[in-house]
Design a protein around this ligand. Structure first.
Ligand SMILES: C[S@@+](CC[C@H](N)C(=O)[O-])C[C@H]1O[C@@H](n2cnc3c(N)ncnc32)[C@H](O)[C@@H]1O
Length: 270
C-alpha cells in the first residue's frame, strides 16, 4: 500500500468509526484493507474516499459492509474434541467450586456456541441456576441467535441424541427448543470499546480476534482477566494462542483453555 492509500484509508477509518462505532484501526490493517477492497470491487468503486461516501448515503451498503467485516461463521460444538474436554474436565472443575455458573460467549455470532454450553449444562448440572450470556457487535446476527433456527451445516456436529432432544426439524431447518433458548441472554457488545462485566466463571472467545491487531488482542485478554473470577477459565479458538499469557496472569490448562491466576503480576516492575 502506498502512503497516499494509507492516508485515504485513515480518512475512511474515521468515517466508518463515526457511522458505525467500529474502529478499523484496531483490526489488522492489511487483511482489513483486502477484505474491504473486495467489497469495493463488488460495487464498482476504486477509492476508499468514494466507498466512504457511498456508506454514508446508502444504508443497505452500510449493513452489508458491517456484515462482511465481522464474518459470522459459527456452528454447534465447533471443534467437537474441545467441547468434549469442556464437558468432561473444565465444567466439572468449575461446578465443583460453584453450583451456579456465570458464562460469557464473547463474539457469539448466531448463538450456536453458547447454546452448545447450555445443552451440556442441562445434562451435567440441570439443577444449577446458571447465567449464560452471548454478546456480539453485530445486531443482525444476534436476532438470528434469538430466533434459534439453524441449517444442516450449523448442526453437523450435534449428536443424534441431542438432535432428538433439543431440535425440531422444519423443512430444511432445525428449530432449537424453547427450553434451551430460554437459558441464554443475548446483547450487543463491542469487545474493542464497551465496558466489561465482571464475575464470570468461564469466558469463551473463539475465532473473534483473528483480525484484531496484537495490541488490541493483548488489551482484550487483560480485560478478560479482570472479568473472570479467581481461577476462572478463558476458552479461546483452535488457531489462537495468548502470547505472554503468564504476564497477563493466565496459566495454560489444556490447549486453548487458560486459567486465571488470582494475583496479577505487574509487567516491568522489578
Ligand atoms: C467467526 S465468528 C465466531 C463465532 C463463535 N465464537 C465461534 O467460534 O463459532 C466471529 C464473531 O465475532 C464478532 N465480532 C467481530 N468483531 C467484534 C467486536 N469488536 N466485538 C464483538 N464481536 C465482534 C463477529 O460479529 C462474529 O459474529
Amino acid at each position: 500500500m502506498s502512503l497516499v492509500d494509507n492516508a485515504d484509508y485513515e480518512v475512511f477509518r474515521r468515517k466508518v468509526l463515526a457511522l458505525t462505532g467500529i474502529d478499523l484501526g484496531l483490526y489488522k490493517s492489511q487483511q482489513m484493507q483486502r477484505r474491504i477492497g473486495s467489497l469495493m470491487e463488488r460495487v464498482g468503486v476504486s477509492t476508499f474516499a468514494a466507498y466512504g461516501d457511498l456508506l454514508g448515503r446508502d444504508r443497505a451498503e452500510l449493513d452489508r459492509f458491517c456484515d462482511y467485516i465481522t464474518i459470522n461463521v459459527s456452528e454447534f460444538f465447533r471443534n467437537p474434541e474441545k467441547f468434549d474436554e469442556l464437558e468432561r474436565e473444565i465444567l466439572p472443575e468449575l461446578l465443583a467450586r460453584s453450583r451456579n455458573l456465570n458464562i460469557w460467549s464473547a463474539g457469539c455470532s448466531n448463538g450456536a456456541e453458547i447454546y452448545s454450553v447450555a445443552m451440556i449444562l442441562q445434562e451435567i448440572a440441570p439443577r444449577g441456576y446458571h447465567r449464560l450470556l452471548g454478546t456480539d457487535i453485530d445486531t443482525g446476527i444476534l436476532s438470528k441467535a434469538l430466533a434459534g433456527v439453524y441449517g444442516p451445516q450449523d448442526v453437523r456436529n450435534v449428536s443424534a441424541a441431542r438432535m432428538a432432544k433439543y431440535f425440531k426439524a422444519d423443512g430444511e431447518s432445525y428449530v432449537l427448543s424453547p427450553e434451551i433458548r430460554s437459558k441464554v441472554q443475548f446483547k450487543m457488545h463491542n469487545l474493542l470499546s464497551d465496558p466489561f462485566e465482571r464475575g464470570f466463571d468461564l469466558i469463551i472467545c473463539r475465532n473473534v480476534v483473528i483480525y484484531f491487531t496484537d495490541e488490541a488482542k493483548q488489551d482484550l485478554y487483560g480485560k478478560f482477566w479482570e472479568s473472570l473470577k479467581d481461577d476462572g477459565v478463558l476458552f479461546i479458538g483452535g488457531t489462537e494462542t495468548i502470547l505472554n499469557a503468564k504476564d497477563i496472569g493466565f496459566a495454560p490448562m489444556a490447549s486453548f483453555f487458560y486459567k486465571k491466576v488470582p494475583v496479577r503480576k505487574e509487567v516491568g516492575v522489578g
